[in-house]
Design a protein around this ligand. Structure first.
Ligand SMILES: O=C(O)CCC(=O)C(=O)O
Ligand SMILES: [Fe+2]
Length: 362
């Protein structure tokens, strides 16, 4: 795995045991699963592989705790690109309500009721799809939730729960962007201003694996990165999501109860000129034993923000490795609709730039 020192400062485990102990043990678990699935998917969280960031420590009044925590975040930003976020202050009921709304939305007896959302009209802000193939096995729903909030009107409690969830997640997003800015050595509004996050384009993506409880192959969702700053993800059970580590190993993502999994995305990589990489991830459905719902939010720049490698990340050893464009142009570059939120990172890489991986050998 990535080395455990940063600028010769010893790796600090960010009060890991404190973080786990502080997780609200009274909250009813969203991580329940049928007992015969336990052995296959309930592997322990390996803190060596999936880092844990304690949100409360990032904003601690104790300067030493705060600086240790920011130093660890800096290490995670550059050497991992994903982490479990704990003690973030969003109450467990907010997660339970949105997961219940999604579960009811994906009513297996009413797939046809959802087909109208399959339309390809450019003005659509709600898009649905169902795939059962060797490449992909999932039912999904994508909705733009910021700057304007959208949601299918039925079931009514889904819309209420999603609006509440999206509001809380935006607070977490903006705070995390502040902490990341400071962890990278800048003032706290650095990322927020560079991406104009106040008007950020956030798309909520929820997936049901496998669709109709049966898959045609072992892949739920093939390896990909996502556009935007980062993805925040919750789920009802552990099992299926994998991230690619910087040393090229697929890592099973197991989340502590009530945590939020953060996956770095393309526009952090572009802005930092490759210093913080976008994380490749995928979902495997294996033998269909686990029925799983995931709910992720792709937190993006504003559609009008022109994103290119920032001058603070450029020097003779690090020329711009990516072409700049607005977020809207990026989302439409592959011919997709902006609510499809497809990555086109390979297309914006500056060709023959042998400095693209400069940070890897620093
Ligand atoms: O379902 C998951 O765990 C991941 C979903 C995902 O990567 C996506 O929708 O982009
Ligand atoms: Fe993704």
């Amino acid at each position: 795995m990535a080395n455990k020192t940063l600028n010769n400062v010893p790796y600090v485990p960010n009060c890991l045991s404190e973080a786990i102990n502080n997780i609200d043990s009274n909250s009813s678990s969203i991580m329940t699963m049928p007992s015969d699935d336990l052995i296959r998917v309930n592997k322990p969280v390996d803190d060596e592989i999936v880092p844990i960031i304690d949100y409360s420590m990032l904003f601690s009044n104790d300067p030493e705790k705060r600086s240790n925590s920011l130093r660890y975040l800096s290490h995670v930003c550059q050497d991992y690109g994903f982490f479990n976020l704990v003690n973030h202050g969003v109450s467990h009921s907010v997660f339970e309500n949105v997961l219940k709304g999604i579960s009811d939305f994906f009513d297996p007896t009413d797939v046809d009721g959802r087909r109208p959302y399959q339309g390809k009209n450019p003005t659509d802000r709600i898009r649905w799809g169902l795939s059962s193939s060797l490449e992909e096995n999932r039912e999904h729903l994508k909705v733009a939730v910021h700057p304007q909030f959208h949601c299918p009107p039925k079931p009514a409690h889904f819309s209420v729960a999603l609006e509440d969830y999206s509001k809380r997640l935006r607070e977490v997003e903006l705070d995390l962007a502040k902490a990341m800015s400071r962890a990278l050595g800048f003032e706290e509004c650095y990322i927020e201003k560079a991406l104009n996050l106040k008007s950020g384009f956030d798309v909520f993506v929820t997936n049901l694996y496998p669709p109709n409880f049966k898959s045609e192959g072992s892949m739920g969702l093939a390896d990909h990165t996502d556009p935007g700053l980062f993805v925040s993800l919750i789920q009802d059970v552990n099992g299926g999501l994998q991230v690619l580590s910087h040393d090229g190993k697929w890592v099973d993502v197991n989340m502590p109860p009530s945590s939020i999994f953060i996956i770095f995305s393309d526009h952090l990589e572009i802005l930092t000129n490759g210093k913080c990489k976008s994380t490749v991830h995928r979902v495997v459905v294996g033998d269909n034993k686990v029925k799983r719902i995931s709910a992720s939010t792709l937190h993006g720049p504003s559609l009008e923000a022109f994103v290119k490698p920032a001058m603070e990340f450029l020097d003779d050893c690090h020329p711009p490795g990516y072409r700049g464009m607005t977020y809207k142009q990026y989302l439409e570059a592959t011919g997709f609709h902006e609510v499809d939120v497809k990555s086109c990172l390979q297309q914006v890489l500056v060709p023959n730039n042998d400095k693209n991986n400069c940070y890897l050998v620093d």
